[in-house]
Design a binder for this molecule. Structure first.
Ligand SMILES: C[S@@+](CC[C@H](N)C(=O)[O-])C[C@H]1O[C@@H](n2cnc3c(N)ncnc32)[C@H](O)[C@@H]1O
Length: 548
């Protein structure tokens, strides 16, 4: 198991010589294991967490994990994903011998290394060669150049260094095996490659209501074909349920060419469908395709408040020949007076936390023109939260050296992180909203139950997601257990904590969150209440809010 832990300082002074002399937490742990006859009372902190707390969670403090022949539980291993692990120290004694006499690793060790390779962690081979493998004839040529460095999937060096190129290095068979394990990693997909530069990169969430989005932002949205397929499917099912319930199965393939929207089986009148927050028009296109598949004719209103986006909808209508079917409305949906009621209201005003781009407030305004019994797509959405360790994110927020940044939620492609417990649902919004009066403020206390085997951990904040029912069984989700396949429009959201919180092994985490509303802004406040109570973040929306 990871029986020992060494800390590496990347700052001033001499770095400890890792792999030869035990340092820091390594000695601490050894004493603990070997010197006491009776076990001491439980330590208030795990040794490595204590060292880190005493160094004020300094960014230049990293961990090197010394791997033994027996690995800890998966839950315990997983916890290291959010820690600043710089290196895995892999003694040759951990290797076993395969049938051909070569050193190989047990399956659990292979999986563990694969996980750390993906995080760009270096592997340091330690110890003497203890497997006698014949020297291959071509070794000198293969290592010509002196230093062999394997490179991680995202271009980060893995750092297997072999010196003395002309000779057969006794550790070479181990190194070659590690290279083999590395090469065996699944190739990184195109989408993942594109997202590499966003990993653990903090972005302040968009405010599409208060600001007008740039063309480039719409372009990025529109690359996510999966999102629009899901919307098309939702509109298709809504139209079908509503107007063709008694007819035979309609066409289903997505890739049908857009057919004429004239229809012989469907209703003779046009169906009024409004796309509110139409952007450059992709949801208009998805709705038209759905209608063609069902065989109904639509009368569409495309409502958009951003004049720059409207120009693109006009172009789309011209090129598709939809000028008579679609009316463009340049207005804020909350104030527009519609000339007729809509049977279906389609929108995509969702943020990474579902309601954080003010979908509830906008749709409450727009539902005035939804006919009685009319359908909103989406029908509902729920936010989810999970406690998270992410040393990297905590450091990046801290480096701003102000309170404001600790009281701001961030959109972030979480990478080096670990969720301390499964997600829990938080706030749900449904549309149309028939409450009187409508109140979009929310409050919840959330308990997160942890696997006792997961060990102690540090809590740096909360990762947030959403799950949305577009219509019926058509789900659009970035919630990990139900994430829509191949959809990449949203990264998770991260609510940081001003101070990292030590969470003892198995201890539950509890937090409170508020969604607060005033006439001009909406904001979140959040606080940890267990294992210890902490301050309420963003009181009164003093640091972060979303403008109405
Ligand atoms: C997230 S974008 C989605 C754009 C497009 N529907 C898509 O899926 O690519 C949200 C759009 O809604 C618009 N929007 C937000 N609030 C609005 C409001 N109150 N009235 C009209 N448009 C609004 C924004 O300008 C933006 O174009």
């Amino acid at each position: 198991m990871f029986s020992r832990l060494a800390y590496l300082s990347g700052g001033r002074g001499q770095p400890p010589s890792v792999g030869h002399q035990p340092v820091g937490g390594f000695i601490l742990q050894q004493q603990y294991q070997n010197s006491f006859v009776r076990p001491p009372p439980p330590a208030p902190l795990s040794p490595h967490l204590q060292v880190r707390a005493q160094c004020d969670h300094h960014n230049l403090l990293g961990a090197a994990l010394l791997v033994g022949p027996t690995l800890p539980s998966l839950a315990s291993l997983d916890r290291w994903c959010g820690e600043p692990v710089k290196a895995i120290l892999l003694p040759t004694s951990v290797f076993i011998t395969n049938k051909r006499g070569y050193p190989v690793l047990p399956k659990g060790h292979q999986d563990m290394l694969a996980a750390f390779f993906k995080l760009g962690v270096q592997v340091v081979l330690t110890g003497e060669a203890c497997h006698s493998v014949a020297s291959p004839a071509n070794v000198g040529a293969a290592t010509a150049g002196g230093t062999a460095v394997a490179v991680g999937p995202d271009g980060e060096p893995l750092g297997f260094n072999i010196t003395n190129p002309g000779e057969f290095h006794p550790l070479r068979p181990y190194w070659e095996y590690l290279c083999f394990l590395f090469r065996r990693l699944e190739a990184v997909g195109e989408q993942e490659r594109q997202e590499t530069s966003y990993r653990d990169y903090l972005q302040v969430p968009l405010q599409p209501l208060q600001d007008n989005l740039e063309s480039q932002t719409y372009e990025t949205f529109e690359k996510d074909l999966q999102k629009y397929k899901l919307y098309e499917e939702a509109v298709y099912k809504a139209l079908k349920d509503r107007y063709l319930a008694s007819t035979t199965e309609a066409m289903s393939p997505y890739d049908l060419p857009i057919a004429s929207t004239s229809c012989s089986d469907g209703p003779s009148r046009n169906v009024v469908l409004m796309v509110v927050g139409a952007g450059r028009g992709p949801l208009v296109r998805a709705s038209m395709r759905a209608a063609a598949r069902v065989g109904v004719r639509l009368r569409v209103y495309a409502v958009e408040k951003n004049p720059n986006a409207i120009v693109h909808i006009q172009q789309m209508l011209r090129s598709e020949g939809w000028e008579r079917d679609v009316t463009i409305v340049s207005a804020d949906m909350r104030h527009w007076q519609a000339p007729e009621p809509a049977e279906i209201l389609v929108s995509e005003l969702l943020g990474s936390f579902g309601d954080n781009e003010l979908s509830p407030e906008c749709l409450d305004g727009a539902q005035r023109f939804l006919a009685p019994g009319g359908i909103s797509i989406p029908q509902s959405y729920t936010s989810y939260l999970a406690p998270a360790t992410s040393h990297k994110l905590h450091h990046d927020v801290k480096s701003y050296k102000d309170l404001e940044h600790f009281e701001t939620p961030y959109v972030v492609r979480l990478h080096r992180h670990h969720l301390l417990a499964p997600t829990q649902p938080l706030f749900t919004f449904s549309h149309p909203n028939n409450d009187a009066p409508i109140d979009n403020s929310r409050y919840a206390t959330v308990n997160f139950h942890r696997d006792p085997a997961a060990g102690a951990a540090v809590l740096h904040g909360f990762a947030g997601y959403f799950e949305c029912t577009l219509y019926g069984d058509v789900l659009l989700s970035i919630h990990p257990p139900s994430h829509s396949e191949n959809m990449f429009s949203w990264f998770p959201i991260f609510f940081p904590l001003r101070e990292p919180v030590y969470v003892p092994a198995g201890a539950p985490v509890e937090m409170q969150m508020w969604r607060c509303c005033s006439p001009h802004k909406v904001w979140y406040e959040w606080a940890v209440t267990a294992p210890v109570a902490g301050p309420i973040h963003n009181v009164g929306g003093r640091s972060y809010w979303v403008g109405l």
